[in-house]
Structures are given as structure tokens and as C-alpha cells.
Ligand binder design. Structure first.
Ligand SMILES: Cc1ncc(COP(=O)(O)O)c(C=O)c1O
Length: 425
């Protein structure tokens, strides 16, 4: 469990700004700049070759001719374009098992990427010292965000396959109560679909058992489900509905997050939240109003146009197999490079942009490790898995992304990585 010490407030700056450490990954990127031939398996970007340039150009042209005066060049509303909110509800409602009939567009807020929604969620629920329950491993930028707000993340224990482990969770929640911390537990953060970094999706059983354990522990707390990679499944969408549609989560305030960045264009930075608690929603909107009083109206209009004219699904139909092929290529290249013989293990994902690798238990892969330095020398960058764990341990995992790297550079990047791994084997 992490207990961030309250750093002293430097003169002229807030204590909170001192709690917000610069991202470790930025430092790694900086070191990587020393090698101009570096290949990055770290970047959370998407593939330039798969961006929907022509579809977006058509939408912009159509919008310009349709809207006179071009209202989308003005500020929009804080919550987002009404029609886009309607279309978002319809989009999320189209996934298997979703039952969103009770929601109306007022439950939707359009955000500056789902990252903003994560910040707003934490800001509206928690005070410094409060606790957020997270998966283990979890999205490292969210863990940094929590630290930056002076909050503590407490991991939900998992078994060796990465599945939530009910008995261990029960014990962890009981321990929090025994230490008098139950009232400080303010939210639970989950990634139900092709999570970052594990690429796992939660099973129906996991998603139904967790609320029962929370209830038993007297923790009917807000749940944030982050579906950032849901649209990027390789074949059929994961068959389990979001927390919004599961009766096991009834009574818990629920916020489901999605995004059009990874699956469409990260540069548009349009994401969204669907929230079933009117009170929480109002607070999220007030906080958003203070931050930006509305997501880029122009970018929203583009996404709305694509959705309204049936251009989003064909785009996904085109990019899903392309990312699946990139995942297979990286997977095969790692196997061909002898990574398994060097003691590494991983599963092939059903979607997303990531492979999550477990190295030999005694191999440190953290940002300051000899392994990391050798990878940089060899010209390959990865995300150290330790960043994705609350206590920065264990330290022998690695996150590799096949998202941004050009397909024809994957073999070379994998060969560099495997060369270093074999030399440590
Ligand atoms: C799990 C997860 N959630 C949220 C985000 C934020 O994405 P965006 O703000 O682009 O929607 C990311 C980005 O990498 C992510 O990996």
C-alpha cells in the first residue's frame, strides 16, 4: 500500500504541486533521445498509417457546407454537443449485453480525452489522503494522477493469471477497516476491456463478484470503469457489459469512460463519461467548467459527423484486423527471438495495443535497471512494468506496445529486445 509522504511545500508553490512528480516515462523518453535510431515499443500512440485522414477531411468539408454560420467554430456547451451525447449513448449501448435504456443524453459528458474524465472523477470524489482501489497492475498515468492529488492507491489482489482474487480482496478490505481506513476509501477504478498494461478484460464473474465483496465490506463507493480500449478489440467485442448494465453494481454510483482518441484519432482528444448519479454528474460538470468550459467544439463536431453518418464502424472494421496483425507480428517475433527460452512469459491479447510480458523473477527491468540501460543502448524502448504497480513492485514486468511502431519495424524492435533479454538470461 502506498502512503505518499506529504512533501514540504516549496516556497511559492502548493503542496499539491510538490506531490505531483514529473512522469518517470518522460525521463526515459529524454534518455532515449540520445539514440536517433531508437525504435519505441513504449509509445501509447496509434499507427499513423491507420489514421482516418480522408474520412475526417470529408467530415470537415461537409460540416463547413452544412452549418452556416459555422457554430462549431464557437465555444460549445460545457457538457458537449447534444447530438454527440445522444450518439455516444447509442454507441456504448450497441455493445453486447448493454442495457442503457434508462440513460438519457444528460448522463453523458464529453471530455478532453478520457484522461480529463479520470482527473475530474478523482477531483470530485477525493480529498488528500483518501484511497482509491485499483487493479494490479493499473494504468500508470492514473496512478501518477492519484499521487499528484495527494491520494493513495490500494491494489486489489490478483492471482497469477491476473484475475481478481476474491479471498485476498476480502482480506485486504477487512485490513483497511481494521486500520480505521474504511471511510477514506472513496472510489474503485477498473479497466474492463483490454486493460493498460495487462491487456486483460474482466470476466463476468470477476465483475459480479467485486461489488458483492465491496458491499460486504460496507464500501458502496463510486466505481469508475475505464473502457479506453474497448473499441479496439481484434475480433468480436468482449462479451461482458460495462458496470452501467450489471445489476450487481446497482446502488453504486457509476461512471463509465470511453474515448475516440485511440480508436479514431488521438489528436482530436475527444473522450466521454456516462454517469448514473445526477449529483456526481453535476459536480463533474462544475469541475469541468472550471477547467475548460467545454471540449473543443470543432473536434466534437467532427466525431459527431462520423458517428451520425455511419463512418465510425467501417473505420473500426478496417483498423481492428490491422492492429491484430501487428500484435501477431510482435508476438511471433518475440517467440522467434528466443524470449520464452530466456524465461519470459506472456499471453496473446484479444484487443488493445499492448503486450504485457513477465520476465524472469530475478531480472529487474525498472527505469534505473541495467536491463533498461542495455535496451536503450540497443535502440529499443519499453515501459518498465514496475511503473504500473502501486509500490513499484514487482520489478520484472515489461509493457510493449505495437500501436505506434510501423508494422515493418516490429521485427527489428523485437530482435533488439530479445537480444538484450537473452544476454541477461
Ligand atoms: C487506460 C487508459 N485510460 C485512459 C487513457 C486516456 O486516453 P485519452 O485521454 O486519450 O482518451 C489512456 C491513454 O493511454 C489509457 O491507456
Amino acid at each position: 500500500m502506498s502512503h505518499p509522504s506529504q512533501p514540504p511545500s516549496p516556497p511559492g508553490f502548493s503542496a499539491l504541486s510538490a506531490a505531483a512528480e514529473p512522469p518517470v516515462i518522460a525521463d526515459l523518453m529524454q534518455r532515449a533521445l540520445a539514440n536517433p535510431h531508437l525504435l519505441s515499443l513504449a509509445a501509447g500512440f496509434t499507427d499513423n498509417a491507420l489514421l482516418p485522414g480522408p474520412a475526417i477531411a470529408e467530415s470537415v468539408a461537409a460540416l463547413s457546407s452544412q452549418e452556416e454560420p459555422p457554430a462549431f467554430l464557437q465555444y460549445g456547451s460545457n457538457a458537449g454537443r447534444p447530438r454527440l451525447r445522444e450518439l455516444i449513448l447509442r454507441w456504448v449501448g450497441s455493445f453486447p449485453g448493454e442495457r442503457l435504456e434508462r440513460f438519457d443524453p444528460a448522463s453523458v459528458l464529453v471530455t478532453n480525452g478520457s484522461q480529463q474524465a479520470l482527473y475530474l472523477a478523482a477531483q470530485t470524489l477525493c480529498d488528500p489522503g483518501d484511497i482509491v482501489l485499483v487493479e494490479s497492475p493499473s494504468y500508470f498515468v492514473f496512478l501518477e494522477l492519484l499521487r499528484g492529488l495527494g491520494l493513495r492507491a490500494v491494489p486489489l489482489p490478483v492471482d497469477p493469471t491476473g484475475a481478481l482474487q476474491p479471498e485476498a480482496i476480502r482480506a485486504r478490505l477487512a485490513e483497511l477497516s481494521a486500520r480505521g481506513l474504511r471511510a477514506r476509501v472513496k472510489a474503485c477504478y477498473l479497466m474492463g476491456y483490454h486493460a493498460n498494461p495487462s491487456a486483460r478484460s474482466l470476466s463476468l464473474d470477476e465483475k459480479n463478484t467485486l461489488p458483492a465483496l465491496l458491499r460486504e465490506a460496507g464500501l458502496v463507493i463510486p466505481v469508475i470503469e475505464d473502457g479506453a480500449y474497448r473499441d479496439l478489440c481484434f475480433e468480436a467485442p468482449h462479451a461482458v457489459p460495462s458496470v452501467l448494465s450489471l445489476t450487481a453494481w446497482e446502488g453504486f454510483p457509476r461512471l463509465y469512460l470511453g474515448t475516440f482518441t485511440k480508436p479514431l484519432a488521438t489528436g482530436l482528444k475527444v473522450g466521454y463519461g456516462i454517469c448514473d448519479s445526477p449529483e456526481w454528474r453535476a459536480r463533474l460538470l462544475t469541475a469541468k467548467g472550471h477547467q475548460d468550459f467545454g471540449t473543443s467544439h470543432f473536434n466534437q463536431a467532427i466525431v459527431e459527423h462520423l458517428l451520425a453518418h455511419g463512418r465510425y464502424q467501417p473505420h473500426l472494421d478496417a483498423i481492428r484486423p490491422a492492429y491484430a496483425a501487428k500484435a501477431r507480428r510482435l508476438d511471433s517475433a518475440l517467440r522467434a527471438g528466443g524470449l520464452e527460452d530466456a524465461g519470459w512469459r506472456w499471453s496473446f491479447p484479444e484487443g488493445g495495443l499492448l503486450l504485457w510480458l513477465e520476465g524472469p523473477p530475478d531480472l529487474a527491468t525498472g527505469p534505473d535497471s541495467a536491463f533498461c540501460a542495455r535496451c536503450l543502448e540497443a535502440g529499443v524502448l519499453y515501459v518498465p512494468g514496475s511503473l504500473c504497480f502501486v509500490d513499484r513492485e514487482p520489478d520484472h514486468f515489461v509493457r510493449l506496445s505495437f500501436g505506434a511502431i510501423a508494422a515493418d519495424r516490429i521485427d527489428e524492435a523485437a530482435s533488439r529486445f530479445c537480444g538484450v533479454a537473452r544476454s541477461f538470461g
